[in-house]
Design a protein around this ligand. Structure first.
Ligand SMILES: [Zn+2]
Length: 217
């Protein structure tokens, strides 16, 4: 990274119109015919549009730039009126400054994340290792799976994954059931097995969840 890319010293943080007006060199109605552009200081994105600082424009702009002229006067201009008054020089400087502001914004986010890194890692570690933390939950889940045998565990897992709660059993049909089935529909296949619902098993969704992932996502 070059020094130029890192140089945010001229960049002004403009949160609202007050940050424009409070500048001692700010002119709310600049007659720019005799003024030449010295520099674009910063882009702004206000919540509400604010009147343009060019006497020839005065339109409210929600997005614009704080500029300084060669005679040291500051004012705010929009993208189009700025170009109309100050020409290509404005456009080049405005684009450069906007890219610089975007980089600074991203770098600030990264720096904040880096500054908080140890805090976040410590918090993650604490959640993992605490008495009933994610390590405990993972161990408990593993012991449960081992305890109920692999076939039962995989059946419960499949149920949980499909969101099913009904517990069913398949048994051979009794002679009476076979006879009743035959009497009801002569052209259907003979009845051999009957599926019976034994009950409902609620709350098994946790089987397919990852405590560690849930705690750190
Ligand atoms: Zn304007």
């Amino acid at each position: 990274m070059t020094a130029a890319v890192d140089d945010f010293s001229l960049l002004v943080d403009l949160k609202g119109p007050a940050d424009l007006i409070d500048g001692p060199a700010y002119n709310p109605s600049l007659v720019a015919t005799d003024s030449k552009l010295a520099e674009v200081l910063a882009p702004y994105h206000f919540d509400e549009p604010y009147p343009c600082g060019l006497a020839s424009c005065r339109q409210p702009h929600q997005h614009g730039y704080l500029v300084i002229t060669v005679d040291g006067t500051e004012t705010n201009v929009g993208q189009h009126c700025g170009k109309t008054i100050f020409g290509d020089d404005f456009e080049i400087k405005a684009n450069t400054r906007r890219r610089s502001a975007d980089r600074k914004y991203q770098l600030d986010i990264l720096h904040r994340a880096l500054a908080d890194k140890n805090k976040h890692l410590a918090r993650t570690g604490e959640l993992y290792n605490r008495r009933f933390g994610t390590k405990w939950a993972e161990d408990a889940l593993r012991r449960l799976k081992e305890g109920i045998s692999r076939p039962a565990a995989s059946k419960l897992h499949a149920m949980a994954a499909r969101g099913e709660t009904s517990v069913e059993d398949v048994r051979e049909a009794t002679a009476e059931e076979k006879e009743r089935h035959r009497a009801m529909g002569s052209d259907s296949k003979p009845l051999r097995y009957v599926t019976e619902k034994l009950g409902d098993l609620q709350g098994i969704a946790f089987l397919t969840s990852s405590p560690h992932q849930a705690a750190t996502a």
